[in-house]
Write a protein that binds this ligand. Sequence first.
Ligand SMILES: Cc1cc2nc3c(=O)[nH]c(=O)nc-3n(C[C@H](O)[C@H](O)[C@H](O)COP(=O)(O)OP(=O)(O)OC[C@H]3O[C@@H](n4cnc5c(N)ncnc54)[C@H](O)[C@@H]3O)c2cc1C
Length: 360
Amino acid sequence: MKVVIVGNGPGGVELAKNLSGEFEVTVIEKEELPHYSKPMLSHYIAGFLPEEKLFPYSLEWYDRRGIELRLGTSALFIDRAKRVLATSKGEFPYDVLVLATGARAAEPAVPGKEHLLTLRTLDDARRIKEKLEEEGEIVILGGGFIALELAGNVAKAGYRVKLVHRKRNLLGLDEELSERIRKELEGIGVEFHLETNVLSASENGLNTDRGYIPGRLKVCAFGIAPNVELALRSGIQTGKGILIDDSFRTSAEGIYAIGDCAEYNGMILGTARAAAEQARVLASILKGESASYDFFGSTVFKFADLSLAIIGRTDGEGKWLDDETRVFYRGDKPVGAVVFGDLRKALRLEKEIREALNPS
Ligand SMILES: Cc1cc2nc3c(=O)[nH]c(=O)nc-3n(C[C@H](O)[C@H](O)[C@H](O)COP(=O)(O)OP(=O)(O)OC[C@H]3O[C@@H](n4cnc5c(N)ncnc54)[C@H](O)[C@@H]3O)c2cc1C
């Protein structure tokens, strides 16, 4: 069986890895580089990691596994009747096609946006790193995990960091948890400008509703825009992302979607961990094994030296079990948790919560 995968991010590469050997696997990727780690980009920008360490798999690794990797190749259109993918470098017939096209960084919509950089690819990271080394300081827009990871790492490396966020809360968490994260990051020198809306950008700074913030290097790190264009153009149903059912099937026969481009029940999980987990479950499904995915968002971040796990649903009151662990409930059922520090404890808790929500 021929499986063609569009996208070589964590979703695409993990799927290829799990299917290789049993299926004929081709990966179509528009970038010229083999798979690299996006979660490590801010460590690279801060100078903690040389560029070559971003690449977990060499080109020989793809060869050895029998995965045909077509780099520098853009997928353009799917002829669903003929089961053929048209690309910038020719046509690829498939039995199964998997869209793992990911997302791009959301673009700011303010006057002067050409003075703002975004962070998604290694090219973006190279540009930011070069300018950071020239300027010695950075202004980061956003209050999600990409913004906080970048702020934490770059501040830890000794650069001056200002973080501008339109809300008071960070990572969508409540005030108490946000405050704790803010204090940790302030402790290593991050300067916070919260509840601050950017009105316009210029070469030398930002105009905000709370005054002018100087800074020549400004990076937007607030949200993603799923890459749905290929699906849309090929008549596959999309919402914010490519619409899928609980087995990753799109509206088109033989075509699946996973990772940041896929929307299930209004949710796009938006993490490397979710993309890789979905890939492993889809691989089992394609092999005819019984497998299911629970679309339970859970991930681990590292903001400089602060490790943090956000598990499941974290809205509502919550109860501190100890200094590091807050658990959230619906009725008396645990549905989510936030864990600082001990990530092994976080994994144990995640397992308990998942089991409580999906009793077998
Ligand atoms: C700076 C940064 C830090 C992050 N930190 C974390 C973290 O700590 N933990 C975590 O879990 N997640 C983190 N993430 C998020 C994580 O990287 C994403 O959720 C993950 O990469 C999604 O994987 P994916 O395979 O769905 O898509 P992507 O990684 O976006 O890969 C999609 C690939 O498809 C290719 N593509 C798209 N369209 C086409 C086309 N038409 N033809 C050919 N190729 C195409 C793209 O070039 C891309 O290589 C971070 C992201 C960034 C940017």
